[in-house]
Structure formats: structure tokens, C-alpha cells
Design a protein around this ligand. Structure first.
Ligand code: PBG
Length: 292
């Protein structure tokens, strides 16, 4: 779910019919509804105002930033009745749109970025996140976040590691959803779609660093990677059915070219069959209702 600063009413995301940028209030209501429908948890992304974006994404860790505020709202509203997860990344908050801070040559600086992720994770845990979800694919991010959380008294907060995250065209609608300013691409830190061995190496590293859940993303084009990860993982495996996967089915359904509900459920079943224990999907609330 997306929560945006500086809007008075929920704003539909054109490329993701049925998905909204929420206000604080509409988020509370939609979250409560999703939990009542039976979702297993909620993953939150924050959308700051343009004015709040800067080169280091400082609005992300700010206690009164849009995401931390929303986490506190939902923690108060929902308590432990669901699993509150936060996206632990800078791209929503940076003015250049990259998932990290840049060095003097404009390259993403891995180690400086990891320090920011630790601050983000600690702020999110303090705001009520049960799970932090580093999605930026920096080397060493899981170990650093684990140490940072433990040192801040959050040893019970879970790390969902985006372990195998590919540089995918299927993230397009998400970038609309968070009003991303990215120009260029993320191929220096996300993975090459043709390389499944590298994916398994990333999974092994995240497990060794203490990941509590490892995630593969996107899902439908990477079912082999989900299966290979499930075969070796000692922790639950998650798969993220991303914005472009949602948009494809939603757009075809809107044209009556396929049956949206059946196609959505079939896609989720395929991801489960491949070996995902947990599925992140923009259909979560609806699918929970369909399956009830
Ligand atoms: C990065 C992030 C992205 C998504 C989730 N976390 C965007 C990206 O890597 O460009 C994409 C999710 C989707 O497409 O649904 N914070």
C-alpha cells in the first residue's frame, strides 16, 4: 500500500487500476479493511512531497516523515492483528530517484547507502514496523541492518531481504505510483535477468547475514528462481508479484480480454506452486476476499 504526503484524498494510480496513493486517513481505513478480509500482512511504501526529496533521502528516516507517520498510525490502529512491513529503501525519498546516495561521479555509493538503510530500519522499527524490507540490493545491507536493529533494542524485528531482485521492466507502474524521478536504470545494483546463479549467490549471502525471509522479485518471470531459492533456503521464501505483473492482468481484464479474477488467482497459484511461502501482491485484499 502507498501512503502519500500532501494529498487531501486518495489518488488513483493510472497504471494500476484499483490501487491508490492513500492519505493518512484513507490508509487507515483501507488497511483495516484488508486485515478484516484476511491478508497476512501489509507492506507500506511512502510517497513524500517533491519538496521533501533530497539527495540523501533524509525524509525516509525522519520520525515525522510520511512512512514513519503512517507506520505509527497503523500500529495504533491495528496493533498486532497483522504484520506491518515497511519498504526500507531510499528511492522514494531521493530527488534523483536512485535507491542509494551517490558519490561525486554520480554512482550509487554502496557503503554510504548501507549506513542510511540502518537509520531507516531503526526509525521504521521505532515507528512500529514488525518487518523491515531492504529493497535496494546493496551488498552487506542485511548484516548492517541486523546489527543496527539489535543495538537499538529491536532484536525482535524481522528482516525481509529482497535477496534476488532483478533489474526489471515490470517495475514501471510502481515508479508512477511513487512519483519516482529516476532517469536511467538500476542495473548497477539490481540483477541481470539472464543470470540465475548470481541470484542464488545473493540468496546465500543474505541468509549468511541473518535474513529472516528471502524474497525473489519479480515473480512470474522468475518462477525458476523462486523454486531454486525454495530448494536451498533455511527461512521462508517470499515472492513479489510486482506492479507490471498486476498492470498486465488488470489492463487485459479491463478490456474483457481475460477474466481478471481467474487470471489473478491462477498467477498467485503459480507463484505458490513454484515454492513461495509468502506472496506480496497488489491483489492481496481482493484475493483474500475471493478465497474466504
Ligand atoms: C525500490 C522498490 C521498487 C519496487 C519495490 N521496491 C522499485 C524499483 O526497484 O525500481 C517495485 C515494486 C513493483 O514494481 O511493484 N524501493
Amino acid at each position: 500500500m502507498f501512503v502519500a504526503d500532501g494529498i487531501d484524498e486518495p489518488r488513483p494510480i493510472a497504471s494500476m487500476p484499483g490501487v491508490y496513493q492513500h492519505t493518512r486517513d484513507s490508509l487507515r481505513a483501507a488497511a483495516a479493511e484488508a486485515v478484516a478480509a484476511g491478508v497476512g500482512g501489509l507492506m507500506l511504501f511512502g510517497v513524500p512531497t517533491e519538496a521533501d526529496k533530497d539527495s540523501t533521502g533524509s525524509a525516509g528516516a525522519a520520525p515525522d516523515g510520511v512512512l514513519n507517520t503512517a507506520l505509527r498510525d497503523l500500529a495504533a490502529e491495528l496493533g498486532d492483528s497483522t504484520v506491518l512491513m515497511a519498504d526500507t529503501c531510499l528511492d522514494e525519498f531521493t530527488d534523483h530517484g536512485h535507491c542509494g546516495v551517490l558519490d561525486e561521479r554520480g554512482r550509487v555509493d554502496n557503503d554510504a547507502t548501507v549506513k542510511c538503510y540502518v537509520e531507516l530500519a531503526v526509525a521504521q522499527a521505532a515507528s512500529g514496523a514488525h518487518v523491515v524490507s531492504p529493497s535496494g540490493m546493496m551488498d552487506g545491507q542485511v548484516a548492517a541492518i541486523r546489527d543496527g536493529l539489535d543495538a537499538a533494542g529491536h532484536s525482535d524485528v524481522v528482516i525481509l531481504a529482497y535477496a534476488a531482485k532483478f533489474a526489471s521492466a515490470f517495475y514501471g507502474p510502481f515508479r508512477d505510483a511513487v512519483a519516482s524521478t529516476l532517469s536511467g536504470d538500476r542495473r548497477t545494483y539490481q540483477q541481470e535477468p539472464g543470470n540465475s546463479r548470481e541470484a542464488l549467490r545473493e540468496v546465500a549471502l543474505d541468509l549468511a547475514e541473518g535474513a529472516d525471509i528471502v524474497m525473489v522479485k519479480p515473480a512470474m518471470g522468475y518462477l525458476d528462481v523462486i523454486a531454486a531459492t525454495a530448494a536451498v533456503s533455511s527461512v521462508p521464501v517470499a515472492a513479489y508479484q510486482v506492479s507490471g505483473e498486476y498492470a498486465m492482468i488488470a489492463a487485459a481484464a479491463a478490456n474483457d480480454w481475460i477474466d481478471g479474477r481467474s487470471a489473478a488467482l491462477e498467477s498467485l497459484i503459480g507463484i505458490r506452486r513454484a515454492g513461495a511461502d509468502i506472496v506480496l501482491s497488489y491483489w492481496a485484499a481482493e484475493a483474500a476476499g475471493w478465497l474466504a
